[in-house]
Write a protein that binds this ligand. Structure first.
Ligand code: SF4
Ligand code: SF4
Length: 304
Protein backbone atom coordinates (compact mmCIF):
# COMPACT_ATOMS: atom_id res chain seq x y z
CA UNK A 1 0.00 0.00 0.00
CA UNK A 2 2.85 2.35 0.83
CA UNK A 3 4.48 1.63 -2.55
CA UNK A 4 1.28 2.60 -4.38
CA UNK A 5 1.39 6.02 -2.64
CA UNK A 6 4.78 6.91 -4.10
CA UNK A 7 5.02 10.38 -5.61
CA UNK A 8 8.63 11.00 -6.64
CA UNK A 9 8.51 8.98 -8.78
CA UNK A 10 5.07 7.41 -8.72
CA UNK A 11 4.42 3.78 -9.64
CA UNK A 12 2.97 4.87 -12.99
CA UNK A 13 6.12 6.90 -13.69
CA UNK A 14 8.25 3.85 -12.88
CA UNK A 15 6.55 2.13 -15.80
CA UNK A 16 6.08 4.99 -18.28
CA UNK A 17 9.27 7.00 -17.67
CA UNK A 18 11.74 4.42 -16.42
CA UNK A 19 10.54 1.39 -18.37
CA UNK A 20 9.99 -0.95 -15.44
CA UNK A 21 7.97 -4.04 -16.23
CA UNK A 22 6.33 -5.17 -13.00
CA UNK A 23 6.19 -8.92 -13.50
CA UNK A 24 3.88 -9.41 -10.54
CA UNK A 25 2.64 -7.54 -7.47
CA UNK A 26 -0.07 -8.74 -5.07
CA UNK A 27 -2.21 -5.65 -5.71
CA UNK A 28 -1.50 -4.70 -9.30
CA UNK A 29 -0.68 -8.13 -10.76
CA UNK A 30 -3.21 -9.50 -13.23
CA UNK A 31 -2.22 -13.13 -12.78
CA UNK A 32 -4.02 -15.25 -10.21
CA UNK A 33 -3.83 -18.85 -9.01
CA UNK A 34 -1.98 -21.17 -11.38
CA UNK A 35 -0.87 -18.22 -13.51
CA UNK A 36 1.19 -16.87 -10.60
CA UNK A 37 2.73 -20.27 -9.96
CA UNK A 38 3.57 -20.69 -13.64
CA UNK A 39 5.19 -17.25 -13.76
CA UNK A 40 7.28 -17.94 -10.66
CA UNK A 41 8.33 -21.33 -12.01
CA UNK A 42 9.34 -19.73 -15.33
CA UNK A 43 11.46 -17.18 -13.47
CA UNK A 44 13.18 -19.88 -11.44
CA UNK A 45 13.76 -21.95 -14.61
CA UNK A 46 15.33 -18.95 -16.34
CA UNK A 47 12.59 -18.65 -18.98
CA UNK A 48 11.60 -15.20 -17.68
CA UNK A 49 14.28 -12.74 -16.56
CA UNK A 50 13.72 -11.12 -13.16
CA UNK A 51 16.08 -8.20 -12.58
CA UNK A 52 14.78 -7.19 -9.17
CA UNK A 53 13.11 -9.25 -6.46
CA UNK A 54 11.27 -6.92 -4.07
CA UNK A 55 10.12 -8.71 -0.96
CA UNK A 56 7.94 -7.52 1.90
CA UNK A 57 7.08 -9.46 5.04
CA UNK A 58 8.95 -11.62 7.55
CA UNK A 59 10.44 -14.88 6.41
CA UNK A 60 8.30 -17.29 8.41
CA UNK A 61 10.18 -20.52 9.04
CA UNK A 62 7.87 -22.10 11.60
CA UNK A 63 6.94 -24.56 12.74
CA UNK A 64 10.23 -26.41 13.07
CA UNK A 65 11.79 -24.80 10.03
CA UNK A 66 9.11 -26.13 7.65
CA UNK A 67 7.71 -22.71 6.72
CA UNK A 68 4.23 -24.19 6.57
CA UNK A 69 2.83 -21.37 8.72
CA UNK A 70 3.00 -19.19 5.61
CA UNK A 71 1.90 -20.89 2.41
CA UNK A 72 1.89 -18.97 -0.87
CA UNK A 73 0.99 -20.38 -4.29
CA UNK A 74 0.78 -23.89 -2.90
CA UNK A 75 4.11 -24.12 -1.07
CA UNK A 76 5.91 -22.42 1.81
CA UNK A 77 6.71 -18.83 0.92
CA UNK A 78 10.27 -19.33 2.17
CA UNK A 79 10.85 -22.01 -0.48
CA UNK A 80 9.81 -19.61 -3.24
CA UNK A 81 12.05 -16.89 -1.85
CA UNK A 82 15.05 -19.20 -1.59
CA UNK A 83 14.79 -20.15 -5.27
CA UNK A 84 13.84 -16.69 -6.54
CA UNK A 85 16.75 -15.06 -4.72
CA UNK A 86 19.13 -17.41 -6.56
CA UNK A 87 18.08 -16.05 -9.96
CA UNK A 88 17.35 -12.40 -9.04
CA UNK A 89 19.57 -9.65 -10.42
CA UNK A 90 19.11 -7.67 -7.19
CA UNK A 91 17.11 -8.26 -4.03
CA UNK A 92 15.40 -5.42 -2.18
CA UNK A 93 13.81 -5.99 1.24
CA UNK A 94 11.00 -3.60 2.09
CA UNK A 95 9.83 -2.82 5.62
CA UNK A 96 11.05 -3.99 9.02
CA UNK A 97 9.70 -7.52 8.67
CA UNK A 98 11.64 -8.30 5.49
CA UNK A 99 14.76 -6.43 6.61
CA UNK A 100 15.23 -7.74 10.16
CA UNK A 101 12.18 -9.74 11.12
CA UNK A 102 10.16 -6.87 12.58
CA UNK A 103 7.46 -7.31 15.19
CA UNK A 104 6.85 -11.03 14.41
CA UNK A 105 10.48 -11.79 15.32
CA UNK A 106 10.17 -10.36 18.83
CA UNK A 107 10.85 -13.14 21.37
CA UNK A 108 9.40 -15.69 21.87
CA UNK A 109 8.93 -15.54 18.07
CA UNK A 110 6.54 -18.51 17.75
CA UNK A 111 6.48 -18.28 13.94
CA UNK A 112 10.32 -18.46 13.74
CA UNK A 113 10.30 -15.23 11.75
CA UNK A 114 13.43 -13.56 10.49
CA UNK A 115 14.56 -11.02 7.90
CA UNK A 116 16.07 -11.71 4.49
CA UNK A 117 19.68 -11.01 5.50
CA UNK A 118 19.47 -9.84 9.11
CA UNK A 119 17.86 -11.13 12.26
CA UNK A 120 17.33 -7.97 14.24
CA UNK A 121 20.85 -6.44 14.48
CA UNK A 122 22.67 -9.65 13.59
CA UNK A 123 23.72 -10.31 10.03
CA UNK A 124 22.58 -13.64 8.63
CA UNK A 125 18.83 -13.94 8.49
CA UNK A 126 17.17 -16.29 6.01
CA UNK A 127 19.62 -15.98 3.11
CA UNK A 128 22.76 -15.93 5.23
CA UNK A 129 25.44 -13.34 5.84
CA UNK A 130 27.34 -14.10 2.64
CA UNK A 131 24.45 -13.95 0.19
CA UNK A 132 24.93 -11.74 -2.86
CA UNK A 133 22.53 -11.55 -5.77
CA UNK A 134 23.56 -12.13 -9.39
CA UNK A 135 24.24 -8.39 -9.65
CA UNK A 136 26.91 -8.80 -6.95
CA UNK A 137 25.18 -6.95 -4.12
CA UNK A 138 23.81 -8.16 -0.79
CA UNK A 139 20.15 -7.57 0.03
CA UNK A 140 19.39 -3.85 -0.10
CA UNK A 141 17.34 -2.99 2.98
CA UNK A 142 14.66 -0.30 2.99
CA UNK A 143 13.27 -0.55 6.52
CA UNK A 144 10.32 1.24 8.06
CA UNK A 145 6.93 0.30 9.39
CA UNK A 146 5.90 1.03 6.70
CA UNK A 147 8.80 2.00 4.45
CA UNK A 148 8.40 5.45 2.93
CA UNK A 149 7.11 4.96 -0.64
CA UNK A 150 9.61 7.30 -2.26
CA UNK A 151 12.54 5.46 -0.65
CA UNK A 152 11.25 2.37 -2.46
CA UNK A 153 10.67 3.87 -5.90
CA UNK A 154 13.91 5.87 -5.91
CA UNK A 155 15.96 2.75 -5.20
CA UNK A 156 14.10 0.89 -7.95
CA UNK A 157 14.98 3.73 -10.33
CA UNK A 158 18.65 3.59 -9.27
CA UNK A 159 18.70 -0.11 -10.14
CA UNK A 160 16.78 0.26 -13.39
CA UNK A 161 19.07 3.00 -14.74
CA UNK A 162 22.19 1.07 -13.77
CA UNK A 163 23.25 3.47 -10.96
CA UNK A 164 22.76 1.22 -7.93
CA UNK A 165 26.53 0.86 -7.71
CA UNK A 166 26.68 4.56 -6.82
CA UNK A 167 24.33 4.11 -3.87
CA UNK A 168 26.33 3.52 -0.71
CA UNK A 169 24.86 1.28 1.95
CA UNK A 170 25.53 1.33 5.69
CA UNK A 171 26.33 -1.54 8.06
CA UNK A 172 22.69 -2.59 8.02
CA UNK A 173 22.54 -2.46 4.20
CA UNK A 174 20.40 0.70 4.23
CA UNK A 175 21.00 3.21 1.42
CA UNK A 176 22.92 6.06 3.05
CA UNK A 177 20.97 8.56 0.97
CA UNK A 178 17.95 8.04 3.20
CA UNK A 179 19.43 6.63 6.40
CA UNK A 180 22.37 8.81 7.40
CA UNK A 181 20.67 11.76 9.08
CA UNK A 182 18.47 11.29 12.11
CA UNK A 183 14.70 11.80 12.18
CA UNK A 184 15.45 14.79 14.37
CA UNK A 185 16.99 16.57 11.38
CA UNK A 186 14.21 18.82 10.18
CA UNK A 187 11.92 18.18 13.15
CA UNK A 188 10.00 21.32 14.02
CA UNK A 189 10.41 20.57 17.75
CA UNK A 190 14.17 20.73 17.68
CA UNK A 191 14.37 24.09 19.47
CA UNK A 192 12.40 22.55 22.31
CA UNK A 193 14.84 19.63 22.35
CA UNK A 194 17.80 21.99 22.61
CA UNK A 195 16.14 23.94 25.41
CA UNK A 196 14.88 20.76 27.13
CA UNK A 197 11.24 21.81 27.00
CA UNK A 198 9.00 18.79 27.60
CA UNK A 199 6.16 18.10 25.21
CA UNK A 200 3.09 15.97 25.66
CA UNK A 201 1.74 13.42 23.22
CA UNK A 202 -0.48 15.13 20.66
CA UNK A 203 -0.14 18.57 22.21
CA UNK A 204 0.85 20.49 19.13
CA UNK A 205 3.69 22.93 19.63
CA UNK A 206 4.05 22.15 23.33
CA UNK A 207 7.61 20.90 23.29
CA UNK A 208 9.91 18.03 22.51
CA UNK A 209 8.63 14.46 22.68
CA UNK A 210 11.97 12.97 23.76
CA UNK A 211 11.80 13.64 27.46
CA UNK A 212 8.58 11.94 28.51
CA UNK A 213 6.85 10.15 25.65
CA UNK A 214 9.73 8.17 24.22
CA UNK A 215 10.52 9.92 20.92
CA UNK A 216 13.43 8.11 19.27
CA UNK A 217 14.16 10.81 16.71
CA UNK A 218 17.68 11.49 18.06
CA UNK A 219 18.73 7.84 17.67
CA UNK A 220 16.86 6.83 14.53
CA UNK A 221 18.36 7.23 11.09
CA UNK A 222 15.68 8.11 8.54
CA UNK A 223 14.73 11.06 6.36
CA UNK A 224 11.14 11.38 7.62
CA UNK A 225 11.52 15.09 8.33
CA UNK A 226 13.25 15.80 5.03
CA UNK A 227 11.26 13.71 2.58
CA UNK A 228 7.90 14.33 4.19
CA UNK A 229 5.16 11.73 4.23
CA UNK A 230 2.51 12.52 1.61
CA UNK A 231 4.67 15.63 1.00
CA UNK A 232 2.87 17.04 4.03
CA UNK A 233 4.14 15.97 7.39
CA UNK A 234 5.82 13.44 9.64
CA UNK A 235 5.08 11.82 12.97
CA UNK A 236 7.01 14.37 15.01
CA UNK A 237 5.56 17.29 13.03
CA UNK A 238 2.13 15.96 13.94
CA UNK A 239 3.36 15.64 17.56
CA UNK A 240 3.53 11.89 17.66
CA UNK A 241 6.79 10.39 18.97
CA UNK A 242 9.08 8.68 16.48
CA UNK A 243 8.97 4.94 17.26
CA UNK A 244 12.37 4.25 15.76
CA UNK A 245 10.93 2.05 13.04
CA UNK A 246 13.92 2.18 10.68
CA UNK A 247 16.39 0.76 13.21
CA UNK A 248 16.97 -2.99 13.52
CA UNK A 249 16.06 -2.91 17.22
CA UNK A 250 12.46 -1.96 16.37
CA UNK A 251 10.01 -2.29 18.13
CA UNK A 252 12.55 -1.73 20.96
CA UNK A 253 12.08 -2.80 24.58
CA UNK A 254 10.51 -6.04 23.25
CA UNK A 255 7.03 -4.50 23.61
CA UNK A 256 7.07 -4.83 27.38
CA UNK A 257 4.03 -3.29 28.99
CA UNK A 258 4.53 0.40 29.69
CA UNK A 259 7.64 0.65 27.51
CA UNK A 260 6.06 2.14 24.39
CA UNK A 261 5.45 5.88 24.08
CA UNK A 262 7.24 6.38 27.37
CA UNK A 263 10.82 7.50 27.98
CA UNK A 264 12.62 4.84 30.01
CA UNK A 265 14.65 6.45 32.79
CA UNK A 266 17.19 5.69 35.50
CA UNK A 267 15.95 6.84 38.92
CA UNK A 268 12.94 8.35 37.18
CA UNK A 269 15.08 11.23 35.93
CA UNK A 270 17.86 10.28 33.52
CA UNK A 271 16.85 8.89 30.09
CA UNK A 272 18.26 5.37 29.65
CA UNK A 273 19.03 6.10 26.01
CA UNK A 274 20.60 9.37 24.91
CA UNK A 275 21.02 10.71 21.37
CA UNK A 276 23.27 8.47 19.27
CA UNK A 277 26.92 9.42 19.54
CA UNK A 278 26.51 11.43 22.77
CA UNK A 279 28.38 10.61 25.97
CA UNK A 280 25.75 9.83 28.61
CA UNK A 281 27.30 11.78 31.44
CA UNK A 282 27.97 14.81 29.26
CA UNK A 283 24.41 14.69 27.99
CA UNK A 284 22.96 14.48 31.51
CA UNK A 285 25.05 17.47 32.61
CA UNK A 286 24.07 19.52 29.59
CA UNK A 287 20.39 18.62 30.00
CA UNK A 288 20.47 19.52 33.70
CA UNK A 289 22.11 22.83 32.90
CA UNK A 290 19.56 23.63 30.20
CA UNK A 291 16.71 22.70 32.54
CA UNK A 292 17.68 25.31 35.13
CA UNK A 293 18.38 28.00 32.53
CA UNK A 294 15.41 30.14 31.42
CA UNK A 295 14.36 29.50 27.83
CA UNK A 296 14.36 32.29 25.23
CA UNK A 297 10.62 32.33 25.54
CA UNK A 298 10.73 32.76 29.30
CA UNK A 299 13.32 35.53 28.99
CA UNK A 300 11.14 37.24 26.42
CA UNK A 301 8.06 36.98 28.69
CA UNK A 302 9.98 38.24 31.71
CA UNK A 303 11.23 41.26 29.80
CA UNK A 304 7.71 42.32 28.81
S1 SF4 B 1 13.32 14.20 20.16
FE1 SF4 B 1 11.68 13.85 18.69
S2 SF4 B 1 10.22 15.57 18.97
FE2 SF4 B 1 12.14 16.12 19.99
S3 SF4 B 1 13.25 17.32 18.45
FE3 SF4 B 1 13.97 15.20 18.28
S4 SF4 B 1 12.68 14.25 16.68
FE4 SF4 B 1 11.67 16.16 17.35
S1 SF4 C 1 9.20 9.20 12.25
FE1 SF4 C 1 10.25 7.43 13.20
S2 SF4 C 1 8.62 5.90 13.56
FE2 SF4 C 1 7.82 7.41 12.09
S3 SF4 C 1 8.27 6.56 10.06
FE3 SF4 C 1 10.00 7.90 10.58
S4 SF4 C 1 11.52 6.54 11.55
FE4 SF4 C 1 9.55 5.44 11.55
Amino acid sequence: MSFLNAEEPSVVELITDFGLNILWHPTTGLQIGDQVQDLLKDIIAGKVQMDILVYEGSLIQGPNNTGSMNFFADRPMMDWIKELSEVAGYVVAIGDCATWGGIPAVPPNPSESTGLQFHKKKKGGFLGANYVSKGGLPVINIPGCPAHPDWITQILVAISVGRIGDVQIDDYHRPKTFFTDFVQTGCTNVVNFAQKVDGGFGKRGHGCLFFEVGCRGPMTRASCNNILWNRQSSKTRANHPCLGCTEPGFPHHDLMKGSVLKTMKHLGVFPKEVPTGRNKLAYYMEAGFQKVMPTNNQVHQASK
